[in-house]
Design a protein around this ligand. Structure first.
Ligand code: CA
Ligand code: CA
Ligand code: CA
Ligand code: CA
Length: 206
């Protein structure tokens, strides 16, 4: 009984000790429609630390439109209007707010996507789980490029629409390593100090 409690509290302690802050990388891009048509978006993440292997989440979300009149959200509300997400060329899926789509169709309906009264724009926050294997493949070179590719009939972008891409995962805990050069210089410094003390000692005696 006591042993169980000790083991349980040891487990709790380990659990608390291993909870690290999830490294969150956030990139915001501004959509600029050229001649009313949508531009594909690229989110470049760099300088990424290795993950703990458990996987992470990629969140693609619409933000406020920066230009007046403000039409927040993206033109992915009708049949055939969707975007495809790719990470380092790997297709993650295709998504839409079109009423005829469901979470089982392709493109898949974005859960919680809110279409405005005019049925022209959809605001959403789409969370995609990145399994550990996929995330670690993406992070192998410390960088990943997420592409948001729009279907041809997505054409009602407002200048100043914003879209954010956020990559969240827990970094692998780095083992504590004392670099050898530092150890060596500390040792040399220590020897130098000992020599100086000895010299001072000798001088004091003379
Ligand atoms: Ca818009
Ligand atoms: Ca539309
Ligand atoms: Ca990569
Ligand atoms: Ca359209």
């Amino acid at each position: 009984m006591i042993r169980t409690v000790v083991l349980a509290s040891a487990g709790l302690f380990l659990l608390c000790g291993s909870v690290a802050q999830a490294a969150t990388v956030s990139i915001t891009q501004t959509v600029t429609g050229t001649n009313g048509f949508a531009n594909d978006l690229t989110f470049a993440f760099a300088g990424l630390a290795p993950s703990d292997g458990i996987g992470g989440v990629l969140t693609i979300a619409t933000g406020p439109a920066l230009d007046a009149p403000d039409f927040s959200g993206l033109d992915v509300t009708g049949p055939g209007e969707f975007f495809t997400l790719r990470a380092d060329g790997e297709v993650l899926g295709s998504y839409t707010c079109a009423a005829d789509a469901t979470e089982e169709t392709n493109p898949q309906r974005i859960p919680g996507g809110a279409v405005n009264a005019d049925d022209t724009d959809c605001t959403f926050s789409l969370n995609l789980a990145l399994p550990g294997g996929l995330l670690d493949t993406l992070l192998a070179d410390g960088a990943t490029v997420v592409e948001m590719l729009f279907s041809d009939i997505v054409d009602d972008f407002g200048d100043g629409d914003t879209v954010t891409a956020t990559l969240s995962y827990t970094e692998a805990s780095a083992p504590e390593i004392i670099p050898l050069p530092a150890t060596a210089s500390m040792l040399l410094g220590g020897l130098g100090l000992m020599g100086a003390l000895r010299r001072r000692d000798r001088r004091a005696r003379h």
